[in-house]
Structure formats: structure tokens, C-alpha cells
Design a protein around this ligand. Structure first.
Ligand code: SAH
Ligand code: SF4
Length: 346
């Protein structure tokens, strides 16, 4: 491995402080650096005019502030969803997306290069897992997009590539950094971690009292169908998953978001809607219905009539339900469409 300059985003406040003390600078430089990186969003050490020229040069030789190369930007002609393809230092590629919806500006970020869980309807699943992202790489997606976005984010969701619960520590550390009051100070509850149902991760979030929001991708109304489309359901069965969800809402007093990808002929019947209502009964939640976006003829969205009918059935039971429109469909940036052609993909 060639030696690479460390990303300053890798450092936590204590490490930054130690660095400055070590080179004979006062402790308060640490707060200044932190503010510049995360609050001002500087992209280059030359912007730190609070520092002397020699200190700026020292920082430039010791650290990098941005490590990604932007390979491609795709903007949807229809709804202004923007997808970014980044190349990281070691050549792997990841994608992140900005979704503009009225006042809502959602930054959708990746937690892994690929994903090991192989959900049948998901493009990322086809890649397999290439590697986990470091927390600096997770944070950098947000910092990079912030500099390019028309508006600052109102929501940050871990709904890009990867299963966040399988990279738990980095995912939480990145969320901590993004919400650190001295830095970007992003609202903790506006950061959502979406999981395919890794029960150990859900329990851990509850036990650690993590302030972030949780979304669970249910995607099927019974164990059999769920196993067919989400192989991870064999390891974490639906009944145990719902128990974990109940426990989470009790312990944290927070609502969960359940996501349900509508796949024509697979999970869209009246009986499926009824089963979904039964499954989630008594759990403080919101249900997001997402029409499937896929090139695969086996996993197609149902017709608009079926979508509206399903929505009505679930809604009759007084649940908040949002049909996420198929934003980004035209540019393959919607959920499940993120697939970066990685040369190192085996
Ligand atoms: N691995 C995590 C987070 C990334 S996927 C998870 O599975 O929750 C984010 C969301 O996109 C999940 O709710 C997933 O069910 C959904 N999704 C995956 N493939 C999709 C597709 N082809 N069409 C629509 N949504 C999809
Ligand atoms: Fe992984 Fe989520 Fe895609 Fe399943 S839906 S393969 S868990 S990214």
C-alpha cells in the first residue's frame, strides 16, 4: 500500500487538539479548525484565514481536506434529483443523492461500497460487499454535497448504498460528527438510519439511546415472501424483527418508519395490505410506500391504481403513510438504483 496523506475528517476533536499541542500551537486552534471544516464548510486549508500562513501550509502538507474525486453528476430533467458518483482514494466508487421536494432537501448517503445482503429487487445488492466506508468517507459525502447543493440539507438519510447496521460504528460516528453542536450542528432526529432488519443493530440503537431516527425496510407482509425477496430475513425472522421494533419504540419513545417497496404481484394484494396493518398494529410508526424502481421485469411497480388502492387500505387504519414519488427514476438515482460500476467488482 502506498502511504496516503490522512484525511483531516478522520480526526475527532481530541485528536485534533493533540495534533496542535504537538506542533506547539494553542489548544483553541482545535475549535477553529473544527468550525472551519464543519460549520463554514471550507474545502481547502488556504481558506483558514484565522491561521498564520505557515500553519496553513503545515496543515496542507499534513492532511487532506477532501479525498473524493467527483466523476459524474446526473440531474433528473423532471424533478431536480441530483446523483453524484465519487471515486475514493483507493479507486472504489460510491454514490450519493440530493432530493429536492419543496422545502425538504434530503441528502441520501451510502454506508458501504455495495452491500452483502442481496435483496432481490435492489441494484446495490447485486454488487456484493466490496468494503465498509470509514466515518470520514460518510461525512465527506455530506460535506461535498453541501458545497454543491442549491440549499442546505433538512434531512440526511442512510438510504444510499449499503446496510448501515453492518457498519454500525462508522455510521454512528459520522452521525455524531454531523450533529456536533460546535460543527455542522445538524439536527439529530433528522438523521435517519435505514436498515433491512438487522435486529442486533436495532437493539443496540435502543440500548445506547441513540438520538437518530430509525427506518426499517419491511417490504413484505409475511415471513415467506420476505425470505424470497430479502434473504437476510432467514437470519432475522419477521416476528422477531417486529418484537425488536416494539421494544425500540417503548424504550426510546420514538416512532419508527417502516418502508414497504411495492412489487407488482408480490406484495400488493388486499390481503397483503391487511397483513401489513396487522403486523404493525400497536407500534408507533409511519409507513412509507415506495413503488419499486427496477430494470428487472420480476420486480416492477404496480399500476397507479393499485398503488392508490393499497394506500387507501392502509390509510383507513389511521396510519400516516407517504407514497414516495418515484423521484430520480429517470436518472437511476432512486432507492435501489444505486449501483456504481466498480472496476474492483469481482
Ligand atoms: N440497506 C438499507 C438502506 C439502503 S436501501 C435498507 O435496506 O434499508 C434504502 C431503501 O431503498 C430500503 O427501504 C430499500 O427497501 C429500498 N429499495 C431497495 N431497492 C429498491 C428498489 N428497487 N425500488 C425501490 N426501493 C428500493
Ligand atoms: Fe442492501 Fe438495503 Fe439493497 Fe437490501 S435493500 S441489498 S439491505 S442496500
Amino acid at each position: 500500500m502506498e502511504s496516503v496523506i490522512q484525511s483531516v475528517l478522520d480526526l475527532n476533536p481530541e485528536q485534533i487538539e493533540a495534533y496542535f499541542l504537538n506542533i506547539g500551537e494553542p489548544k483553541f486552534r482545535s475549535a477553529q479548525l473544527w468550525k472551519g471544516i464543519y460549520s463554514a464548510g471550507y474545502t481547502d486549508f488556504s481558506q483558514f484565514t484565522v491561521f498564520t500562513k505557515s500553519l496553513r501550509e503545515k496543515l496542507t502538507s499534513d492532511f487532506s481536506l477532501r479525498t473524493f474525486t467527483l466523476l459524474d453528476t446526473t440531474t433528473s430533467p423532471v424533478d431536480e434529483t441530483v446523483k453524484f458518483l465519487w471515486q475514493m482514494k483507493d479507486g472504489y466508487k460510491i454514490e450519493s443523492v440530493i432530493i429536492y421536494e419543496g422545502k425538504r432537501v434530503t441528502f441520501c448517503i451510502s454506508s458501504q461500497v455495495g452491500c452483502p445482503l442481496d435483496c432481490k429487487f435492489c441494484a446495490t445488492g447485486k454488487m456484493g460487499l466490496l468494503r465498509n466506508l470509514t466515518y470520514a468517507e460518510i461525512v465527506e459525502q455530506v460535506m461535498q454535497m453541501k458545497a454543491l447543493s442549491k440549499y442546505p440539507p433538512t434531512n440526511i438519510v442512510y438510504m444510499g448504498m449499503g446496510e448501515p447496521m453492518l457498519n454500525y460504528d462508522a455510521v454512528m460516528q459520522a452521525a455524531d460528527i454531523l450533529s456536533e453542536p460546535e460543527g455542522m450542528a445538524f439536527s439529530r432526529k433528522k438523521i435517519t438510519i435505514s436498515t433491512s432488519g438487522i435486529i442486533t443493530g436495532i437493539n443496540r440503537m435502543a440500548d445506547e439511546d441513540q438520538p437518530y431516527s430509525l427506518a426499517i425496510s419491511l417490504n413484505a407482509p409475511n415471513q415467506k415472501t420476505r425470505e424470497e425477496v430479502m434473504p437476510i430475513a432467514r437470519k432475522y425472522p419477521l416476528n422477531e424483527l417486529l418484537q425488536a421494533a416494539r421494544r425500540y419504540t417503548k424504550k426510546t419513545k420514538k416512532r419508527i418508519t417502516f418502508e414497504y417497496v411495492l412489487m407488482d404481484g408480490i406484495n400488493t394484494s388486499d390481503a397483503d395490505a391487511q397483513a401489513l396493518i396487522e403486523l404493525t398494529r400497536g407500534i408507533p410508526c409511519r409507513i412509507n410506500i415506495i413503488p419499486c424502481n427496477s430494470d428487472d421485469p420480476r420486480y416492477q411497480p404496480p399500476s397507479d391504481t393499485v398503488i392508490q388502492h393499497f394506500d387507501r387500505l392502509v390509510n383507513k387504519n389511521h396510519r400516516t403513510i407517504t407514497i414516495r414519488n418515484r423521484k430520480g427514476w429517470e436518472i437511476q438515482a432512486a432507492c435501489g438504483q444505486l449501483y456504481a460500476a466498480n472496476e474492483k467488482n469481482k
